[in-house]
Every structure is written in C-alpha cells, then in structure tokens.
Design a protein around this ligand. Structure first.
Ligand SMILES: Nc1ncnc2c1ncn2[C@@H]1O[C@H](COP(=O)(O)OP(=O)(O)OP(=O)(O)O)[C@@H](O)[C@H]1O
Length: 350
C-alpha cells in the first residue's frame, strides 16, 4: 500500500513539474514574442495590427500607424495584382510603407495566415522586400512592406510613359545579380528552404539605389490568387511558368530557376513575356528566342538600346538565361550556380 502511495505521489509530482515547465516556456515565448512585436487592437473594426520591431519602427507611435493605415483610400493606390491592391502609406517625410490589401481569404487559409507571416517577417536580406507587419481583421487582411521607391522592373521595362525608363546595361546587370541573390537566399539559406513560385518582373522591385529586391514570396502558398486575374494560373504566371508545371502542377526550386531565366530574357530583349502578341501568334517569349537562336540570328533578339554595351557580357548573360530555360529541370543550374556564373562576368564590380 505504501509503495502505491509513493508511486502516486511520484507521478503527481512529475505531472505538476511537466505542466509547470510547459506554462513557464509558454510565458517566456509569449514575452519574447511581445518584445519583438508591437501589437495594437482596433476596437472599432475588431482587427489587430502587428508590427515587427526594427530600427525603423522605433520612432513610430503604434496608434498613429493604425489610424493612418485605416485611412488609406483610392488616391493612395500604387498598383494592383492578383492578390489585391497596393497602397502607399506615408507616415511622415522620411517614413513610408507599401500596404497590400489582400482579397478575402477562406477561414481555412486564415488559420495559417499569422504563422506564415511571422515566418516571412523573420526573413531579412538586402535583396528581399522586408515585411514590416500585418493587419488582420474578420473582413480583410493587410500586409505592410518596405516601400520600393523605384517600383517594379516590369513597370520600368514595359510601363507607359511616366514609369518607362531606358535601363542601360550596367543597371540591367545589377538588377539580375540582385534578384539572383535574393532568390538564391530563399532557395539555399532559409531554413526551411523557400520556393518563390511566382518569379516575374512585377515581383522584382527597385529600391532608391536601383538595387533589386524580390517581393511576394510566400504569397502563392498563403492565399489563392483572385480567379479573375487572367495572368495567374494556380500559382505562378503564364509566360514565366516552367513546362513541367503544366504536367505536374508542382512548384519546385528548378521551376523558379526557369522563371528567373525568363526574367533574364526580359532584361536582354526588353520584351514582355505576357505580351498578347506572343499569345496571338501561339508562341511565348522563350519559344521565340530559342527559334531565333537556332537560326543563328541571336543578336536579332537583343533590345536595341543595348547595342553600345559590351557584347561579350551580354552574350554571357544570354547563355546563362538559356541554361535556366532547359526544358529538363535536372539540366538547369541551381540558383546558387546561376548567381556564381552571373557574378563571374564582372567580378571586379561586386
Ligand atoms: N513594396 C512595394 N513598394 C512599391 N511598390 C510596390 C510594392 N509592392 C507592390 N508594388 C507595386 O504594386 C504593383 C502590384 O503588386 P502586386 O504584387 O499586388 O501584383 P503583381 O506582382 O503586379 O501581380 P501578381 O499579383 O499577379 O503577382 C507592383 O507591380 C508594384 O508596382
């Protein structure tokens, strides 16, 4: 009988110690989370604004941030895409953000929303657009990003009048290297490794120094794009998608490499992969370029504005693009290899 009591006491002590340790760990984790976040509850809408603490956030008052976020209107719109509308949020002369309002997501997707965003907020790299925070409410969600003052590569290369700019070869090469660094970081240095799934020129944004930053990673898994958004097929964008994706429907790192190859072609030819002219002719940028190269008229595809720049450098990047565009995924280089090859073209400048 005595032994049974001792055993019961022993089990009780073990259970209590286990439960207490779990509570202590949970409290410590929550305190750590609180130290790294600034949280404001919006009693009016029932929403919650969460900002990840960083040097940029130090001088900001949380209530003022929430107030300005809630006041965003059509006049603040800077773009829109398959996931929703993007607004410029001006806090003061020196601080602004890009706020992406996401189209409604299902309750099932909503459950993983905050967890995914916490992981995205942890990713800090000079070639990845920083996620500063998010707002979640029963009706809609907002993602708060670093504002990229020079917009997207897509707008710079193919935009109408105001945004369009003739990018010289050094700028294009710098953009290619920056985007390759960002993507290589997601593929090889993040744990767990991240597949972007939607690499394209509108997801390569330019900071004040025209340095490329990759945006929108993680969104393809976070939210199903708007079904009315014609350029988007499941995840990814027509014109950039690797051929195997149409058979398997599976996003892979080598699929990202293919899409990056399309972006390199875009930089070299100045042509838009999603251009209706290609669709009308029943072809794509990649097919057209490959056909011209096969005819040994490779120089014909290059953007006219690149004529006066070093042809060997341009041809080298062209060669790398074609490697990325190998139909067989295993024959494509990894992003780390692509980056290394790009860097070797002008090693002194980096
Ligand atoms: N952080 C940002 N800073 C500045 N402009 C941005 C930022 N994020 C997005 N934009 C602008 O908003 C536009 C729309 O972006 P969004 O990511 O919603 O759609 P997209 O990339 O064009 O298309 P999709 O939704 O199919 O990926 C971009 O092309 C860009 O011009």
């Amino acid at each position: 009988m005595g032994n049974v009591r001792i055993l019961a006491l022993y089990i009780t002590i073990c259970v209590l110690a286990f439960v207490t340790s779990k509570i202590i760990i949970a409290v410590l984790c929550y305190r750590r989370w609180q130290r790294r976040h600034m949280v404001v509850q919006d009693s009016f809408s029932g929403g919650k604004l969460v900002m990840f603490r960083s040097p940029k956030m130090k001088s900001l008052k949380s209530n003022m941030l929430l107030k300005k976020t809630m006041k965003l209107s059509n006049k603040d719109i800077i773009g829109s895409g398959g996931y929703g509308t993007v607004y410029r949020l001006m806090i003061n002369d020196s601080t602004s953000f890009a706020v992406k309002r996401l189209n409604r997501i299902s309750a099932e997707q909503d459950r993983g929303f905050e967890r995914e965003l916490e992981a995205m907020g942890d990713i800090k790299h000079r070639n990845i657009v920083t996620l500063h925070g998010y707002y979640s409410s029963p009706h809609y969600n907002l993602l708060i990003y670093e504002l990229m003052p020079n917009g997207s590569l897509d707008a710079l290369l193919h935009g109408r009048s105001m945004n369009k700019m003739v990018l010289d070869w050094p700028s294009r090469y710098k953009i290619a290297i920056g985007a390759a660094r960002g993507l290589s970081y997601l593929h090889h240095d993040c744990i767990p490794h991240i597949i972007h799934r939607d690499i394209k020129s509108s997801n390569i944004l330019l900071d004040q120094n025209m340095e490329a930053q990759v945006s929108d990673f993680g969104l393809a898994t976070l939210i199903e794009p708007d079904k009315t958004h014609v350029s988007t097929l499941v995840a990814g964008t027509f014109g950039y998608l690797a051929p195997e994706y149409f058979d398997t429907g599976r996003a892979t790192a080598k699929g990202d490499v293919y899409s990056f190859g399309v972006v390199l072609l875009e930089l070299l030819t100045g042509k838009k992969p999603t251009d209706e002219a290609f669709i009308e002719e029943g072809t794509k940028l990649v097919t057209w370029v490959k056909a011209v190269v096969q005819d040994k008229r490779g120089a014909y595809v290059l953007d006219n504005s690149l004529e006066s720049f070093p042809v060997d450098e341009i041809n080298h990047v062209f060669g790398i693009a074609l490697m990325c565009l190998e139909p067989e995924p295993s024959k494509r280089p990894t992003m780390a290899e692509v980056l290394k090859m790009l860097e070797q073209i002008k090693p002194d400048e980096l």
